[in-house]
Ligand binder design. Structure first.
Ligand SMILES: Nc1ncnc2c1ncn2[C@@H]1O[C@H](COP(=O)(O)OP(=O)(O)OP(=O)(O)O)[C@@H](O)[C@H]1O
Ligand SMILES: [Mg+2]
Length: 250
């Protein structure tokens, strides 16, 4: 639920609610505190952008939200399910069902062809192979990869690999889709096609899309934008403040 007048997100119905999260990597001299008591909220039905300089903690924040990375302090809930103290196996099951993740480095499986790569989330959710591969092939075609279904990821360009990663994250229609720089390797037209698909997914009731981006071409698709700086949230923009942010950063 979003209160229209103020743009406030009701925490109990948020897609993602992160409260006071601290996350450090390494120990001693090598210790880096990536999240320093970070608060972050994403609403259902919205496309939410996360921006900020390299190293400010964007990937770390989204990995915590996706349930792929443990954190040290604070509370994380996704669609009202509190992930704190949940056994790892239940977090994994929850993530497989409800979360799609487009990784900054794509993370495609080099020994599998494209259809097999994109089928993985469906197979993990119990869909039979024949149906999974048919749905994977259809989505690859929608993303402009017709004719390449049986190629390996290494036989593709960077932009094509990025689209395979996007297909894999979308194929099981996850309620929460998290994308780390999904347009970085794409030309202008493909970038806009992908943003159209992602914003369509975001505005489906009960779903949410969160995107890390350095790409100002994506800003106009945002319903809300969080700016991070040095492990903390520096600003949240929505409505008129978002329009000001966009005009100051184009
Ligand atoms: N696995 C790790 N081990 C040690 N330090 C890490 C690890 N992952 C991230 N860090 C550190 O945590 C900080 C935040 O990293 P993070 O990857 O979240 O930044 P980012 O905002 O996503 O940057 P970029 O825009 O370059 O992708 C950085 O200082 C980084 O060096
Ligand atoms: Mg990153």
């Amino acid at each position: 639920m979003i209160t229209q007048s103020t743009g406030q997100i009701d925490a109990t119905t948020a897609a993602v609610s992160i409260r006071g999260v601290v996350k450090a990597f390494g120990t001693g001299d090598a210790r880096t505190v990536a999240l320093k008591g970070t608060d972050f909220t994403a609403a259902q039905g919205e496309l939410h952008l996360v921006v900020g300089p390299s190293g400010c903690g964007k990937t770390t924040l989204l990995s915590v939200a996706a349930g792929t990375l443990d954190w040290d302090e604070g509370e994380v809930s996704v669609f009202g399910t509190v992930l704190n103290n949940m056994p790892r196996s239940r977090v994994t099951a929850f993530r497989r069902q409800h979360v799609g993740f487009i990784f900054q480095q794509f993370n495609l499986i080099s020994t599998l062809d494209l259809v097999e790569n994109v089928s993985v989330p469906l197979l993990l959710n119990g869909v039979r192979r024949g149906e999974a591969e048919q749905r994977a092939a259809e989505l690859l075609q929608r993303l402009g990869l017709a004719g390449k279904e049986r190629k390996r990821p290494t036989q593709l360009s960077g932009g094509q690999q990025q689209r395979v990663a996007i297909a894999r994250a979308l194929v099981h229609s996850p309620r929460l889709l998290i994308a780390d720089e999904p347009t970085s390797a794409l030309d202008r037209e493909t970038g806009h096609q992908i943003m159209d698909i992602l914003s369509g997914a975001a505005r489906t009731p009960g779903r949410s899309v969160i995107i890390v981006t350095h790409d100002p071409r994506t800003y106009s698709y945002a319903d809300r934008l969080t700016e991070m700086e040095d492990g903390r949230v520096a600003g949240v923009y929505q409505g008129p403040t978002l329009r000001d942010f966009i005009s100051n950063h184009h």
